[in-house]
Design a protein around this ligand. Structure first.
Ligand SMILES: [Mg+2]
Length: 240
């Protein structure tokens, strides 16, 4: 979506994690990514779900293949992305059959649509993020071009300034501190928000429970996105 930059979208830039927060692919994306990594970089060891969750795709590649230098990962990155995109496209029917939007998500995105700028902040490489959001009908709620992605940087916390810079270039004003809200399902998302001084909301619809997430002291923790007033309070910091 290319929103009208002169339209009023409130003062907040809400940065949404994708997997485990807005939607799930029932493991298909992870399996496809492992296959694409094997094709591009060599054999991998199968890893448990929490190894992947919250990390950027570049970070996962670097941790899966520690013998590769950063420059060799970057050299091969576009090849990996092309393989991953082609493989994921082939999985489209399975994704449509098995993937799902997290409960309450559409109502929250719809409510915030005219009240805030919303964009993805995800470890997914951008073309995969776009396919997931498009296939599950969420793309039109988000300003995809001001988001930040796993091919922008391997360190998730450095995706926040990238998104803030893209948004400020587009909307002609700066976004910092609590103008920014980071929402995600893992300790990595919480750390990323806190390191950048954003408002940080955790949601326990991924592999971590409310108690697990609370340990990392986000500004708010939600069991899921179903209770719209509670979600809005968590995002704004007060009920509006
Ligand atoms: Mg996630």
């Amino acid at each position: 979506m290319q929103p009208d930059r002169n339209r009023h979208f409130g003062t907040k830039l809400v940065l949404w994690d994708i997997d485990g927060t807005l939607l799930h692919t029932d493991g298909i994306a992870g399996e496809t990514m492992r296959a694409a990594m094997e094709q591009t970089f060599g054999a991998t060891v199968r890893q448990e779900r929490t190894f992947y969750s919250g990390k950027t795709d570049r970070q996962i590649i670097q941790e899966t293949f520690p013998h590769l230098t950063l420059s060799s990962v970057l050299e091969q990155l576009q090849v990996f992305i092309a393989v991953y995109v082609a493989e994921f496209e082939r999985q489209r029917e399975a994704v449509l059959a098995r993937a799902g939007v997290m409960p309450g998500t559409r109502a929250v995105l719809d409510h915030l649509h005219t009240r805030a700028i919303q964009a993805p902040l995800t470890g997914n490489v951008a073309p995969i993020a776009r396919m997931k959001l498009d296939w599950l009908g969420l793309l039109d709620f988000l300003h995809f071009e001001v988001g930040a992605y796993g091919d922008d940087h391997h360190e998730r916390s450095l995706l926040v300034p990238i998104a803030a810079e893209r948004a400020s270039r587009y909307y002609g004003r700066s976004f910092s501190g609590h103008d920014l809200v980071v929402i995600g399902d893992t300790p990595h998302d919480i750390r990323c928000g806190k390191l950048n001084g954003t408002r940080t909301v955790a949601v326990a619809t991924g592999p971590y429970s409310v108690d697990d997430l609370q340990i990392y002291e986000p500004d708010a923790v939600l069991p899921d996105l179903r209770d719209l007033p509670a979600v809005l309070t968590a995002i704004w910091g007060e009920y509006v």
